[in-house]
Design a protein. Structure first.
Length: 215
């Protein structure tokens, strides 16, 4: 196990017991992510221990660096669209992210341990799918979009709003653009597990609206 070589690496651990500090540092090293202050802080969020109980946020070690939560202003508008204080479901979330949008982003969520792709969906759905390609080469946003579309067309859900990074030229994105959509012409400031914002200016984003006008 690598030893800390910078005071910033251990600054956030001072309030914990020696056993807890060692435990969190081991998770940082085992994650195989670059060791930075933000990574250590994120691990203390994920594995903050109170009375020896591990409190999880639902974020896997391998995904901590990519864990991004939807900006509040987008969720506020999305809730206005459905006329509710909360969505019925967010199938790609965690309890930490759900609490960032009072009273809640969604009344029901699925985190990564439950795999929302294979679960039952219902009602009005908010979806901000994981970014990128998984270890097996699967395009995550594509899989989540097609899953949402299938559930919408089958009548399993009433509506779905999906935040997507635009992948120009892809077949699945062209399919997504067949639905009503809103291009976001501003840089998005996502919230991270550390509580800090992370600016994403790596491309254009769009919100897709799947609605049944007869409801």
């Amino acid at each position: 196990m690598q030893l800390p070589n910078n005071i910033s690496h251990i600054r956030s651990l001072h309030k914990y017991s020696p056993d807890t500090r060692r435990f969190i540092w081991r998770q940082v090293c085992d994650s195989e992510m670059p060791i930075t202050e933000e990574q250590v802080v994120a691990m203390t969020v994920k594995y903050g221990i109170l009375k020896k109980i591990i409190v999880e946020t639902g974020v896997s070690f391998s995904e901590l660096g990519n864990e991004l939560y939807t900006p509040t202003e987008i969720i506020k508008v999305a809730k206005l669209v459905i006329g509710k204080d909360s969505f019925n479901l967010d199938p790609a979330s965690c309890s930490f992210a759900n609490r960032l949008h009072p009273p809640l982003l969604a009344n029901q969520i699925y985190d990564e341990t439950e795999d929302g792709l294979v679960q039952k969906w219902c009602g009005d759905v908010w979806l901000s799918p994981p970014f990128g390609i998984d270890k097996s080469g699967v395009n995550r946003p594509e899989v989540w979009f097609y899953t949402a579309e299938s559930k919408f067309l089958s009548g399993e859900i009433q509506s779905c709003q999906i935040l997507l990074k635009i992948e120009y030229g892809s077949t699945w994105m062209m399919q997504a653009m067949n639905y009503p959509h809103c291009h976001l012409n501003f840089v998005l400031n996502f919230t991270t597990p550390t509580g800090r914002d992370k600016t994403k200016n790596d491309g254009s984003y769009v919100v897709i609206y799947m609605y049944n006008i007869f409801f």
